[in-house]
Design a protein around this ligand. Sequence first.
Ligand SMILES: *Cc1c(COP(=O)(O)O)cnc(C)c1O
Length: 339
Amino acid sequence: MHNIDLRSDTVTKPTEEMRKAMYEAELGDDDLDGDPTTLKLQEIASNLMGKEDSLLVSSGSMGNLVCALSHVKPNENMIIGNKSHMFWSTTQGNGHPTYGQINLIFLNEINGLFDLNDIKNPLESSSNQVNLVCIENTHNADNGIPISDEYIKNLSEICNQFNSNLHIDGARIFNAASALNISVDKLVDKAQSVSFCLSKGLACPVGSIISGSKNFISEARKQRKIIGGVMRQTGIISAAGIVALKTMPERMIEDHITAKHLANGLAQIKGIDINPENVHTNIVFFTTKNIPIDDLQQKLDSNGIRCFNLNGRIRMVTHYEIKLEDIDKTLNIISKIMS
Ligand SMILES: *Cc1c(COP(=O)(O)O)cnc(C)c1O
């Protein structure tokens, strides 16, 4: 049976062009000399992000952790959102406090945004300096919503006023840029650092990139080493990354079209609760009215359709292996289950 895997865009396998590039990649020891293919990828990424320098890391979580450790010293403070990936993945495992002795301040997020008045309180009143404010773009748990450059500009002005850095967890920053119809460098230009995943919609087998100033990346390189993040012939990974940055960003829009098609179809099915207006990128969340979420998920699974149940909501994520026909098939099956 052909599986329709909507659990995450991380399930994407490298394209043929990527595999070929990986095979042919020029390699070296990335710690000792800098792997030549990785150096090239980092340069391409820096240009795309409009930053001075970039660094390859093994995952988005490592990228965010390395950025936090580079900006924030022990016993200093950092603001993250209460629905952010940095909260529910790393923080629940206590990553940042454990590894960096970083004090976390959680702020409420609505549609991926902090209230700009809310954020002034911790920045002003904290007896300790807040060294970093983190936002997520697109915002995974808030329907994959893209955060506008205008909001980021306003937020960064407040950060500047209180001498705090701004970090963008841009695991899906290319989805955000595509949905907002803006270039990625413009979208991140007010942030002192950004991390993005090669391994999600960009379809690489592994890897994330962090970008920032020369000084920042030099510190990040040290932090990456400390947490065991150095890899050697990384050109194998980076070769896929180079192909990804050349070929995948321009097709993100296709994933947004399939996601919208899914959301519109779901809205027509009795017993499904979704507002298609909330779907802007490649992430679709919905709930059910009459049957438990677990039941629906299990029945979908036995029909070859994979998805996640995340805290009582079904999440489906589109990506380049998902075609419109797959969405139609998914909608058909959900419709049968629900009736
Ligand atoms: C997936 C994701 C990450 C982490 O990426 P991994 O490569 O899985 O560690 C970080 N932030 C957001 C918003 C994500 O969606």
